[in-house]
Design a protein around this ligand. Structure first.
Ligand SMILES: [Ca+2]
Ligand SMILES: [Ca+2]
Length: 401
């Protein structure tokens, strides 16, 4: 599957970049004026009565599925992470710099309270939870909030785990997740539409949260805002957003599959499976590029993705991939604003790419909502965040109809 253009291994085996990230300041605590202030944290009742204001009846789902509001309002809701005790952490990337936690206190599959854990952070898009601590990714830093479940009122000060990531805001917001190895995976996007940048740009890095050191594990990635590990193989898969301004239908967004550490996924030289970049294609280093495992729609802005690891949905969904497409901005006919299903065959190769949920885009191309991330709940329901409507939805399967 690997397009062997020419093989000069020198570049492939370039020494992994290892950067040390000691906590900033003397104790790693954040100054009140640099974000993380608890002074304006709030808690409010989730306004489920607002459900009627969001036209959920426009969402089309396969037979037997239903959609409801899980949390609302959650302005700018982006990445999702769930704690074992059931707190749903929600990142954002707008100027408010807020991180939320939504809690379903009475176990009726709808959050009753929405806490603002932090505000004033630098595009805190990424959230991940491990061993009682919430990790939040700003553009250039990863923060840790210890004992967060006992401090949902925002009364815990974060510790800086690492502050050595680049600070460009262009594709600088981060999706983060812990891998099966206990490391935190942190992407660094291209600080441009299309450009050639050295490590750690255009990569996925692996961060050791115990010492703040990170290294690049995959290159040639323009901007991934979602990834997950295959429950059957342990392999890491990720979405990537294709470059802009090559026309309506080129290039596709990508679903990629890492089979070996150090692989290069083509950007900025090649896009999709084999599309040569008109500007950078001729400058490509003589190395092997890994083509997209599945070409997605052009400019759809594929963001969050998860393998469906639950048991609520029908058998054919098990261990298949669900992808949230935020929706295009530079296409004459808008595309996206939907949740897609990528089917994998018995060899774990993509065999289908089809719509799972749509209807956030209106007939005239305008949108009332835009999916960002997806998360499989312990009961098997699928949560979907929406930063345009400011909501988190719950998609459930109620049986054949
Ligand atoms: Ca509830
Ligand atoms: Ca690629």
């Amino acid at each position: 599957m690997i397009a062997r253009l020419t093989v000069i291994l020198a570049l492939l085996v370039a020494m992994p970049l290892a950067l040390s990230c000691p906590a900033s300041g003397d104790d790693g605590k954040i100054n009140a004026d640099s974000g993380g202030s608890s002074s304006s944290n709030t808690v409010r009742e989730s306004e489920l009565s607002q459900e009627t204001r969001l036209p959920l009846d426009r969402i089309k789902l396969p037979p037997g599925f239903t959609i409801s509001i899980y949390a609302y309002p959650v302005p700018g809701a982006r990445s999702l992470a769930l704690s074992p005790k059931g707190a749903l952490f929600i990142g954002t990337r707008d100027k408010s710099g807020k991180v939320y936690a939504a809690v379903d206190e009475n176990a009726d599959n709808a959050a009753d309270r929405i806490y603002t854990i932090a505000d004033g952070l630098f595009m805190p898009n990424g959230v991940a939870f491990r061993d009682g601590s919430l990790f939040v990714a700003e553009v250039n830093r990863v923060l840790r909030y210890d004992g967060i479940e006992g401090h949902l009122d925002g009364s815990v000060s974060p510790v800086v785990v690492c502050d050595k990531y680049p600070s460009e805001t262009h594709h600088g917001w981060k999706f983060i997740r812990f891998g099966p190895d206990g490391s935190l995976y942190v992407p660094v996007g291209a600080p441009c539409n299309v450009c050639e940048k050295p490590d750690p740009y255009e990569s996925i890095t692996r961060l050791d949260v115990s010492d703040g050191e990170f290294s690049v594990i995959a290159r040639g990635i323009r901007n991934t805002v979602g990834f997950d590990w295959d429950p059957l193989t342990g392999d890491l898969w990720f979405t990537d957003n294709g470059r802009d301004l090559l026309g309506d239908d080129v290039p596709p967004d990508e679903l990629n599959h890492i089979t070996k550490e150090g692989q290069h996924f083509g950007f900025p030289y090649y896009h999709g499976k084999s599309i040569k970049d008109p500007e950078y294609g001729d400058k490509a280093p003589q190395i092997s590029f890994v083509p997209a495992a599945q070409e997605l729609g052009p400019h759809v802005a594929a963001l969050g993705m998860r393998f469906y690891s639950g048991s609520m949905f029908p058998e054919e969904y098990r261990n298949q991939i669900l992808i949230a497409e935020h929706g295009s901005w530079n296409r004459s006919k808008p595309l996206g604003a939907r949740v897609m299903l990528v089917g994998l065959d018995k060899n774990r190769r993509p065999s289908s790419y089809e719509i799972f949920a749509e209807g956030w885009q209106n007939a005239d191309g305008s949108r009332w909502g835009r999916p960002v991330d997806v998360l499989v709940m312990p009961d098997g329901a699928l949560l979907v965040s929406d930063d345009h409507a400011g909501a988190v939805y719950r998609i459930a399967y109620a049986g054949s109809q």
